[in-house]
Design a protein around this ligand. Structure first.
Ligand code: BDR
Ligand code: CA
Length: 344
């Protein structure tokens, strides 16, 4: 029997409700050799994210995967959490019991450097890019040895979610995001940017959630428990029935390139003023610079959900054909949500 080679990957994240769903997808995917999970401050403080990652691994029976504590504040700016969106425990106020032990002496940045130096390592970044920027500062050569970087963050044509132009991960530490994109340009690397243009189309609705809960009460019930707060938040903020789950799309794209497509362009991140965190995508080639980013602009929500449900909830693909007919989603207060004037 031919042995398939697994891809070595670290998931850098700030769990976080949607980070947790992304972790669930990653640990359910046999093609991945998950070397570790590195935590950055973001949705919650870094030690809260560390605890939440352990809770998810515990739920999935994967406490064999090590978790590393990362940076506790952005490079230059004051830290701003997103507990209003993710709940007081950053896990939808599920208040799951802490998973004891399992502390790790090595820092996230040390772990990333050592892993990159071994070769063949990719990073799927689901939070602010602070850990990656610190890695870059400490050991640029190790950063240059990374095989691939997929980052959930930024937006191109879609509006922001923290300001009219900025998405949370890049807004909370714009200096880190700017440094990582600039270095990618200088080192001839390309970041796959899974931004709001595509993730806004991934809306977990009560209908899909209810199906998950019925088909797999254990895992579906767990997902219901951690997403309820997030659903309520979306209703209150946007009058959207459902919640936008950004991060799992980055993992899904890493697993299956045909899930998203986009354009290659030189991309910079604004660090100050009104537009801090904005991704400036030179789609028209003004700067005559080689692309340092693949900006994903199109995706296929039914195919995403089929991948997620078949892997995480172990539901047979044939039972999921109904997802081809996912119902339209409320667009809330006229805020472009699902492929309106900014979407497709
Ligand atoms: C991103 O910000 C966080 O709140 C989510 O976890 C996601 O990574 C979306 O803007
Ligand atoms: Ca995140």
């Amino acid at each position: 029997m031919e042995q398939k080679i697994k891809r070595k990957v670290v998931i850098d994240c700030d769990p976080g409700i949607d980070d947790s769903l992304a972790l669930m997808l990653a640990v359910s995917s046999e093609e991945l050799d998950i070397r570790g999970i590195t935590i950055v401050c973001g949705n919650g403080p870094v030690d809260m994210g560390f605890g939440n990652a352990k809770k998810i691994l515990n739920q999935m029976g994967r406490l064999d995967i090590p978790v590393f504590l990362g940076e506790e504040r952005p490079l230059k700016r004051a830290y701003q959490d997103a507990l209003d969106t993710h709940g007081a425990d950053a896990l939808g106020e599920s208040f799951l019991p802490e998973v004891p032990g399992y502390e790790n002496a090595q820092s996230a940045v040390d772990f990333l450097i050592a892993g990159a130096r071994e070769g063949g390592l990719s990073i799927i970044a689901l939070g602010p890019l602070t850990n990656l920027a610190r890695m870059l500062e400490r050991d640029r050569e190790a950063f240059s040895m990374l095989e691939e970087i997929v980052s959930m963050g930024g937006s191109f044509r879609s509006h922001g979610n923290c300001s009219p132009v900025a998405e949370y991960n890049y807004w909370v530490d714009p200096d880190a995001a700017a440094a990582v994109y600039a270095a990618a340009g200088e080192l001839g690397k390309e970041i796959a940017m899974v931004g709001l243009d595509v993730t806004r189309r991934i809306v977990l609705t009560p209908n899909v959630l209810s199906y998950m809960e019925r088909m797999n009460p254990e895992t579906g019930g767990f997902i219901g428990r951690i997403t309820k707060f997030y659903l309520d938040f979306h209703w209150e903020q946007e009058k959207l029935i459902g919640c936008v789950i950004n991060d799992p799309l980055a993992v899904a794209y890493f697993l299956d390139r045909s899930l998203c497509s986009g354009i290659r362009a030189y991309t910079q991140v604004e660090t100050g003023g009104l537009s801090a965190g904005q991704t400036i995508v030179d789609a028209a080639g003004f700067y005559r610079r080689e692309p340092n980013a693949l900006i994903l602009t199109e995706t296929n929500p039914p195919r995403f959900f089929k991948l997620f449900l078949s892997r995480v909830l172990k539901i047979g693909e044939r039972e999921l054909e109904w997802l081809d007919f996912l119902p339209a989603v409320s667009r809330g207060f006229g805020i472009p949500q699902m492929g309106g004037e900014f979407g497709q």
